[in-house]
Every structure is written in C-alpha cells, then in structure tokens.
Design a protein around this ligand. Structure first.
Ligand code: GLN
Length: 198
C-alpha cells in the first residue's frame, strides 16, 4: 500500500489523484490518496504530489497552513515528490517573484509563465530519458527552468530548455503529466527504483 498525499490547497488535485492510482494499478500496488489541506498529515505519506495551479496562491496557503515545513521535512527524509507546473515553481530554489516563497526542494531557478507569454498552452511530444515513446506533454502557462544545479538531472528539454528534472527524490515538470492518460511520469517519480535510490 502506497500512501500518496496530493497537496490540495489549490490546483488540479483530482487529476493527480487519478494519475497516481493508474500508475499504482500498473504496478499492482494499491494507492491510498490523501488530499492535504492542513498540516498534520504529510508525515503519514510515502510520496507527495504538488499539482499545477497558481503558484502565488499555493505558496501563500502552504505557508499559512504550516504545510511548507512538512514538505521540506518529507524531502529531507528522502521521500519522493512529483511537482508539476505551479508545483515546480513552488518547489524551485528561486522563482524570481517575491510573491512565491519557494521551498527549495529542487536546485533549479524558474521563470513563471515564460512559455505562456509566447503561447498560452500547447501540447508537445517530448523525448524523456528512459522512455521508448515520446510523452504527450501538455503545457499551460508553463514556467521555464533557467538555472539547473550540479546535482540535477535533466530528463527532458523542449526547444533547448529543460522541462523535466530530477533532484534526488524530487521530480519536477514544467508541463502537466496528470492531464493525459499516460502515467509514465508518475511511474518514473514513484515506482521506479531510482526514485528512492538517487
Ligand atoms: N504559471 C502558473 C503560475 O505561475 C502555473 C500554471 C500552471 O500550473 N498551469 O502559477
């Protein structure tokens, strides 16, 4: 039984809950999903999902509820996190925006809405390290990853910019893997051995 916490203060929560259930089913692993709106339950979770949405709101609510420190402790304990889009922004080292109090779970800096300024949303077939077929990546007002620290593995790039990264137990994507039926990114974050070993 995998206990998965979906941070549910704001953003696309049910899609992530569905995606992790699908990934679990493919691995014959039952998944119990907890939606996290208050402090106190992160500690019971084996893995965490930080959804997309609006990073300024997510950041503010995480701090107000005291969930931010619990997520940091989860990562310090080496437990996996998948952070997507606004979740990636919140998980970054710096989002170049004083309204986002980043958690520094991933050693990257991001520029909020950078792809979105060019075109609001788009879907792209993405080559991801270890995937045999391209991943259908949905970008919605997506952030661009600017700087990538030494310990960070770039798993995918689009137009020369990193859009999927791994830093120890944390995987971050600029796109929304939960919005397609393809659960390979959830798989990679939570069910592959390197998710705990790196
Ligand atoms: N650009 C949004 C933000 O800054 C994120 C968009 C998304 O999660 N789809 O929060």
């Amino acid at each position: 039984m995998l206990r998965a916490g979906v941070v549910a203060v704001q953003g696309d929560v049910s899609e992530h809950a569905d995606a992790i259930q699908r990934a679990g089913a493919a691995h014959d692993e039952a998944v119990e999903v907890t939606e996290i709106r208050q402090s106190g339950s992160v500690g019971e979770c084996d893995v965490l999902l930080l959804p997309g949405g609006e990073s300024t709101a997510i950041s503010r609510l995480l701090a107000r509820e005291g969930i931010d420190a619990e997520i940091e402790a989860h990562v310090e304990a080496g437990k996996p996190v998948l952070a997507t889009c606004a979740g990636l922004i919140v998980a970054s080292r710096d989002a170049n925006d004083e309204r986002v109090d980043t958690l520094d779970l991933l050693d990257v800096t991001v520029d909020r809405n950078a792809f979105g300024r060019q075109v609001d949303s788009f879907e792209a077939p993405l080559d991801v390290t270890g995937f045999e077929e391209p991943f259908p990546a949905v970008f919605i007002r997506a952030p661009v990853i600017d700087e990538v620290g030494d310990g960070v593995e770039v798993l995918a790039a689009w137009e020369g910019r990193p859009v999927a990264v791994r830093d120890g137990p944390v995987v971050g994507t600029a796109f929304h893997p939960e919005l397609t039926a393809d659960s390979r990114i959830h798989d990679l974050a939570f069910f592959e051995e390197q998710a705990v070993e790196v």
